[in-house]
Design a protein around this ligand. Structure first.
Ligand code: KG4
Length: 330
């Protein structure tokens, strides 16, 4: 019988300090998340320097709580997996320095994890039977891309946003129409009361790329020109056009690759309208997977899961690993 492998995940790329313990890449033993939403709400968005300072304060108590909840000691862990990009550089450095210190002091392998790979791995924690290859619609605050997941550690980006990430557009619209921060969940809730879908302009490309900035501007202009326009309708219209674009592109990616398994990932995959729209795609052999809601947004369990597969592949980092704010998947 094979020995169980326990990975410790550390995530600090934005405004969540999170540490988790995962068994064999699939079973969450703990996933402690300290969110700074209340702090950044005061400023209407994430203030990078404040995020870094809070990570420094939180990282040790969050780590101790994660090992306590997993009923494990740090010595029992097989590898220390830490996000090293993409994200806010100061925020990343806190988790990375902490991970390196643990790796050195405990004499355990250090595994650098790409945050986007982590979001994709959230699906492995939700669906124990899920295996690559599949397509992943990755939608977060900093990235929007269609990823061909060829294997656990082998990725090809088939299409990506040419301007705003979809989450960034959600957050900007929420701020301009007065819903506040964090924008995505607020737009999601208000859109449920929307009754009319306003037709919005779409940009088409001859490949699988996306654009969200024109739609964002169209919504903002509608609001500015007619402040009485129903905000719920605006939110619903934005979600409707985004869903159309995402689905058009994923259908094209399915046609191009012949891969009919599609996973969602990233914070925006928590959006109820988008989740419903993707579920409607399930026919003709197309299967849709989406992470549990609590695993859509930033958390360390997804980093511990992705790190497990890097570890199995022998993809060990050394202590010179640096934070890479613009790290790409390929
Ligand atoms: O994946 P995530 O937690 O952080 C990044 O890696 O970027 O994604 C955060 C983004 C934010 O833009 C947030 O507004 C958006 O995900 N988001 C949502 C929802 N929940 C979070 N967007 C739309 N609907 C939601 N329910």
């Amino acid at each position: 019988m094979q020995k169980d492998i326990y990975t410790l995940g550390i995530e600090s790329s934005c405004d969540e300090t999170s540490v988790a313990v995962v068994k064999n890449g699939r079973e969450i033993l703990s996933n402690v998340i300290n969110t700074q939403i209340a702090i950044h709400t005061l400023y209407g968005g994430v203030v990078p320097e404040i995020a870094s300072r809070n990570h420094i304060e939180n990282i040790t108590p969050v780590t101790l709580e994660a090992t306590k909840q997993a009923n494990i000691t740090l010595q029992d862990v097989d590898a220390i997996c830490v996000t090293y990009g993409p994200g806010l550089v100061g925020a990343l450095l806190v988790g990375l320095a902490y991970g390196k210190a643990l790796s050195f002091a405990l004499n355990k392998p250090l595994i650098g994890v790409n945050h986007i790979q982590g979001h994709i791995a959230a699906n492995y924690l939700t669906y124990k039977e899920l295996k690559p290859p599949f397509l992943c619609m990755m939608m977060s605050g900093g990235n929007t891309q269609i990823v061909y997941v060829k294997d656990y550690t082998n990725f090809e980006v088939l299409g990506k946003t040419r301007d705003d990430a979809i989450g960034e557009a959600f957050d900007k619209i929420a701020r301009v129409i007065g819903l506040g921060y964090p924008g995505g969940p607020k737009v999601d809730n208000l859109a449920k009361n929307g009754e009319n879908v306003i037709k919005l302009p779409k940009t088409h490309f001859d490949n699988l790329d996306f654009s969200f900035s024109g739609i964002k501007t169209a919504i903002i202009n509608l609001h500015h020109k007619n402040p009485d326009i129903d905000k719920a309708d605006l939110c619903k219209s934005f979600e409707a056009v985004c869903s159309e674009i995402l689905i058009e592109n994923i259908k094209q990616a399915i046609k191009q690759t012949g891969i009919k398994t599609v996973c969602l990932a990233g914070g925006v995959s928590a959006n109820s309208y988008i989740r419903d729209a993707f579920l409607k795609l399930q026919n003709n052999g197309i299967k849709i997977y989406m992470p549990d809601l609590k695993l859509c947004t930033d958390n360390a369990a997804m980093i511990a899961s992705a790190g497990y597969y890097n570890f199995i592949d022998g993809n060990i980092s050394d202590l010179s690993l640096n934070a890479k704010p613009d790290l790409k998947l390929e």
